[in-house]
Write a new protein. Sequence first.
Length: 233
Amino acid sequence: MENSARDGFFYTAKRFISTLWEFARESTPARRQQRYGDVDYDWDFRVDTTGATMGWRDRLLGAFHSPYQPTEPALFREMLESLIQANPKMDFREFTFIDIGSGKGRALLMAADDPFRRILGIELLPELHRIAKENIGKYKSDSQQCFAIDCLLGDASAFAFPPEPTVLYLFNPLPESGLARMISNLEHSLREHPRQVFVLYHNPLLERVLTRSAAFNRIAGTHQYSIFAETPM
């Protein structure tokens, strides 16, 4: 037991030091300049969704939870088109789009180009949530089809899912333990309220959490994303 406790301490310390080192590396001027490479979307729509304008406190918090990185618009569109191809009869008007770890809200705004029933984001960090609220209020687009957009401040691992058909978006928002808790909550919700749920998982580093779940099957994807559908319970 003593050896296990010591090994656990060294593992935790190693992860802590590694996270601080990565944070310091990402704080260099060259890396900050690289992060401005995703600013085109913001110029087009006069919003602030880039990772380059984040303060050091929020970047440090993100390093220990899930670093903020907005989704590239072309890839987001590809994921939605792949979802439609896998389910040709799917009607977005019947679905709520939920972004877990919605950050500054870019995925929420991009989802508004489709006629979802409503769009909802969940974000843990107050400053990112505040900016997302501002972005939702400022967003204007000729292609917008959904205007019922909102975001909530809270812990996504404890989120109570609404009993509605859902397209759930994940961009590595949680560590493995938190993602497992969230999927467990979703499984419970599906048992209580059977319905269609699809998961779009961008950069699926923790895909094993979903593949272990009896509630979901992988139905499409590439090396950049995976798409899961609920298994009838």
